[in-house]
Design a protein around this ligand. Sequence first.
Ligand SMILES: NC(=O)c1ccc[n+]([C@@H]2O[C@H](COP(=O)([O-])OP(=O)(O)OC[C@H]3O[C@@H](n4cnc5c(N)ncnc54)[C@H](OP(=O)(O)O)[C@@H]3O)[C@@H](O)[C@H]2O)c1
Length: 289
Amino acid sequence: MALTRPLAEAVVVITGASSGTGAATALAVARNGGTVVLAARGEPALDAVADRCRAFGGRTAVLPTDVTDPVAVTQLAESAVAVFGRLDAWVNNAATGAVGLFEEIPIAQLRRVVEVNLLGTAYGMRAALPHLRASGGGVLVNNASGLATIALPYQSIYNAAKQGIRGLADTVRQELRVTGERGIAICTVLPAGTAAPVRRYAAGRRIAPPPPVQPPEVAAQTIVRLLTRPRREAYAGGQRFAWRSVPLATEEVRRRATVGASAMLGLAAGTAAGTIAAVTRRHTRGRRW
Ligand SMILES: NC(=O)c1ccc[n+]([C@@H]2O[C@H](COP(=O)([O-])OP(=O)(O)OC[C@H]3O[C@@H](n4cnc5c(N)ncnc54)[C@H](OP(=O)(O)O)[C@@H]3O)[C@@H](O)[C@H]2O)c1
């Protein structure tokens, strides 16, 4: 249940590769000698990432793609195979966000977050699976978030979509077992707050992620590790530890909530205590296959 060849010989498609964690993942794969196929909407930014990847000497292709278009995502997979002859791994990383109380977020933004984050991931999985199968196996990594395991106010639809990604991965993984396909690994990465803020609609509100906020390279390293040593889920960063420390985390949330409107996380202490308790109850360990 891993790559059928070393990462240095693998072809890896990465969506949302034009910035943040996606770009860092592309660079990490390229640094390991892997072939990267970079997808997102913004071609100039993808070209800039590709130039940095090529500096490591590996093969790189830029295939601008909007993940909300299932036909385009299918074409992304087919083009990657047409260019490089095979597909060994696919990283669903593209995302957008919407910040605000649930009733403040316009319907169009609710729809947009689900289309990019959840359906975009589903389309990526659908596009990748036949080609991974044709390669004799491979790895699918979905970048969810620590917010796939808990609820935080002001991020309702983002949380919901990320929790949906986790459920999708868990279900399709089971289906592969039911149908006797053991060669394809489906992994979910759960990063802590990352210093590459997901571009998002904001209903007049600003949030700060719970600490620690980490550079995108942390999630990228976890994704690369999943490619070579797949697990069902892996946290990326210190959040797992921080959010288990209930009194500390509660105090931090309370402090943030009273810093003022410009640094608003917007959690009342009571809500925070409930949220953190929920974190503890629902905490799951990274599990091996
Ligand atoms: N930042 C955090 O605190 C944090 C924490 C945990 C998990 N994550 C997850 O990490 C992943 C990467 O986010 P990031 O923090 O690196 O944010 P980011 O820098 O804003 O990256 C988002 C990427 O998604 C692409 N994208 C957005 N809409 C797209 C669409 N319709 N089709 C194709 N690509 C699209 C963007 O490129 P274009 O705009 O050019 O298309 C960009 O490359 C996301 O899944 C996010 O949910 C982030």
